[in-house]
Design a protein around this ligand. Structure first.
Ligand SMILES: *[C@@H]1O[C@H](CO)[C@@H](O)[C@H](O)[C@H]1NC(C)=O
Ligand SMILES: *[C@@H]1O[C@H](CO)[C@@H](O)[C@H](O)[C@H]1NC(C)=O
Ligand SMILES: *[C@@H]1O[C@H](CO)[C@@H](O)[C@H](O)[C@H]1NC(C)=O
Ligand SMILES: *[C@@H]1O[C@H](CO)[C@@H](O)[C@H](O)[C@H]1NC(C)=O
Ligand SMILES: *[C@@H]1O[C@H](CO)[C@@H](O)[C@H](O)[C@H]1NC(C)=O
Ligand SMILES: *[C@@H]1O[C@H](CO)[C@@H](O)[C@H](O)[C@H]1NC(C)=O
Ligand SMILES: *[C@@H]1O[C@H](CO)[C@@H](O)[C@H](O)[C@H]1NC(C)=O
Length: 300
């Protein structure tokens, strides 16, 4: 490794460490992408949020094209349903800054047209101290997941991103139950293979549930695929892919770097937008490991 490169790495490592310990951080939402309808759907801002550490006093900057976009600070429920009728506050000129004055959850959506449904939405957790976000309390038992939450199982207006976003907000473990709520005779639930999930040739199914509610217990790890046998439903986005990752009795060890006492929902059920907090810890863990590796490498 050349000396210049080593110096660069050390400088980056030190800058990152210093950055982590300064009192106020300005977060540019989406970084270079800014605030728009993200090409990757709702997961885009979720992944961005997981890469950040929000502390009281930080500033959130939404950079967007005036007239085309806006940003509303909303309640959790309004965020879930993309309801922009009564935002807590609405900003229509870029850059729109929000100072994160208190700990807790903050929710933001774009209110134009269908921007929110298409993924212009951001949920963050603001903690009191700099440092890794505590992991939520481990789950003690199996959980029931209502597919699509209150909206249920239907042909989603936003297309397949709707169920992709729903799945992303949930952690599925062996022993959990999926509940599909639909209207008898107008929908059904077909358990299918990955191929059928992709190409929507629903003549071939593993199992079909015709009566609502359909309760399906997740018995194996790995990917599970669901759609509907009704004509065009699959093509229109009534399809769900989930990844079952373990069992409630044998949780994979999660790296806990901080006491869980000030967590987003210590002891309670994990709130949807933060259920993947352990992934964030892993990301941070990797990040810090990488930094240390870089610093150690410098001294060799
Ligand atoms: C904000 O967005 C504009 C255009 O979309 C871009 O030129 C500018 O660099 C962005 N600013 C920041 C701070 O990212
Ligand atoms: C949207 O929010 C408003 C105000 O909270 C509420 O009155 C209305 O019923 C909500 N609309 C939907 C579709 O949930
Ligand atoms: C928003 O924050 C950015 C970065 O700190 C700053 O350049 C900009 O002037 C602020 N805008 C307003 C309206 O406060
Ligand atoms: C934070 O406090 C400042 C000063 O009181 C206020 O202007 C700002 O609107 C507050 N931010 C939020 C998100 O409430
Ligand atoms: C879709 O995939 C299934 C399973 O691999 C296959 O039998 C079927 O021929 C495919 N249909 C189309 C239209 O590609
Ligand atoms: C659907 O049909 C089943 C069996 O006929 C019935 O038990 C169930 O209540 C129906 N569900 C709804 C939502 O109407
Ligand atoms: C499902 O989880 C396993 C193990 O964590 C992982 O290897 C696999 O890539 C995941 N599949 C998808 C589609 O995310």
């Amino acid at each position: 490794m050349g000396g210049g490169l080593r110096l660069t790495i050390l400088a980056i490592a030190v800058a990152a460490l210093v950055h982590c310990s300064t009192a106020q951080t300005t977060h540019y939402v989406g970084d270079e992408l800014g605030w728009l309808i993200p090409p990757g759907g709702p997961i885009t801002y979720k992944i961005w949020a997981e890469s950040q550490k929000f502390t009281v006093g930080d500033i959130l900057v939404f950079n967007f094209t005036n007239g085309e976009h806006d940003v509303a600070w909303v309640t959790k429920e309004a965020f879930s349903y993309c309801n922009s009728t009564e935002p807590i506050s609405l900003k229509t000129t870029s850059p729109a800054n929000f100072t994160l004055n208190t700990t807790g959850e903050y929710y933001f959506i774009g209110t134009k047209d269908r921007h929110c449904v298409l993924g212009q939405k951001l949920a963050i957790y603001v903690s009191a101290y700099p440092g890794p976000t505590p992991s939520p309390a481990p789950r003690s038992g199996p959980k029931t997941h209502t597919v699509g939450d209150k909206l249920g199982w239907f042909v989603p207006p936003g297309g397949e991103l709707f169920y992709a976003a729903w799945a992303y907000d949930n952690t599925f473990l062996v022993g959990d139950t999926l509940v599909f709520n639909f209207i008898n005779g107008t929908q059904d639930v077909a358990v299918v293979t990955n191929d059928v999930y992709k190409n929507c040739s629903t003549d071939t199914t593993i199992e079909v549930y015709k009566s609502s509610p359909a309760n399906i217990v997740l018995k194996t790890t790995g990917e599970h695929f669901f759609t509907s046998t009704y004509e065009r439903h699959c093509f229109l986005g009534q399809k769900l892919a989930i990844n079952v990752t373990g069992s409630t009795t044998a949780n994979p060890p999660s790296i806990s770097l901080a006491p869980a006492s000030h967590g987003p929902a210590a002891g309670g059920p994990d709130p949807p937008p933060f259920s993947s907090a352990h992934r964030r810890i892993n990301v941070n863990g990797f990040f810090f490991t990488s930094l240390l590796t870089a610093v150690v490498a410098f001294f060799y």
